[in-house]
Design a binder for this molecule. Structure first.
Ligand SMILES: C[S@@+](CC[C@H](N)C(=O)[O-])C[C@H]1O[C@@H](n2cnc3c(N)ncnc32)[C@H](O)[C@@H]1O
Length: 234
């Protein structure tokens, strides 16, 4: 079965479903202008995060890796009324620019940026949970630890998402054996087999792994096999 989704489809659908308003356009353009790397998610990925947050009825969300706050604004716009997004960023300059963007978007009350290394901030954040939604988009070597945290702190029925599953095409390039690519392949295998997640992949942009947190744990492999491969929760 051929796949039809390509650059032309991405542009066509992004234009329809993820058009930038003046605020998002300013944030998108201003990120490289202020000297931050142009490594934000793409508009259609932003729309998808907004959609996911709304679909799971998110009131309390966490984002790991803010940069200039582009994805934060998309997520915050998907939250239920009076919802809150806590976003974690280790670079002070990125945090400063992001905070300006949140003010411009009228979201300073809704988005709280915490400055610091996410690995140090997350343990204390657990006390403020459970969370409804978690978006992981920081250094790739931390993804396993971030997923461990998310699985322990996102409620059943909540959603976890992790960006850059494709690593710009590297994960399906058999010749690419860079450590980051090997790590992402291992992470994707973990995601695909993770019994606490109903997981899949959103293949737009650079690929986003997504999963709904399951109600219970399916611990025994034989349990899957007994039910013809279907997951049946205790
Ligand atoms: C890919 S960018 C995030 C892009 C953003 N989600 C968007 O699409 O608009 C990754 C960000 O994570 C931050 N970061 C990397 N490692 C981190 C860590 N251990 N703790 C907190 N932030 C981290 C980087 O400084 C960078 O700003």
């Amino acid at each position: 079965m051929p796949t039809f989704y390509d650059e032309a489809h991405a542009c066509y659908f992004a234009k329809l479903f993820a058009p930038h308003d003046a605020v998002l356009q300013h944030i998108y353009d201003n990120i490289p202008r202020r000297g931050l790397p142009a490594i934000t998610i793409q508009p259609e990925e932003g729309r998808f995060l907004q959609f996911l947050a709304r679909a799971c009825g998110a009131r309390l969300a966490v984002e790991i890796g803010t940069l200039g706050g582009y994805s934060s604004v998309w997520i915050a716009r998907g939250l239920l009324p009076n919802g809150k997004l806590i976003t974690l960023e280790k670079e002070p300059h990125h945090a400063e620019v992001a905070r300006e963007h949140f003010a411009l978007a009228g979201l300073s009350d809704c988005i709280e940026l915490r400055l610091g290394n996410a690995h140090k901030l997350l343990p204390a954040l657990s006390a403020e949970g459970p969370f409804d939604f978690c978006f992981i988009d920081a250094e790739k070597s931390g993804y396993d630890a971030y997923l461990d945290w998310a699985l322990a702190n996102v409620r059943p029925g909540g959603v976890i998402a992790a960006h850059n599953a494709f690593r710009h095409g590297a994960v399906v390039d058999p010749k690419n054996e860079e450590p980051e690519t090997l790590a992402m392949r291992a992470f994707i295998r973990r995601w695909a087999g993770e019994p606490r997640l109903l997981g899949t992949l959103f293949p737009a942009g650079d690929g986003t792994l997504i999963g709904i947190v399951e109600e219970g744990e399916c611990t025994e492999k034989t349990h899957h096999e007994e039910h013809g491969g279907r997951r049946v929760l205790p």
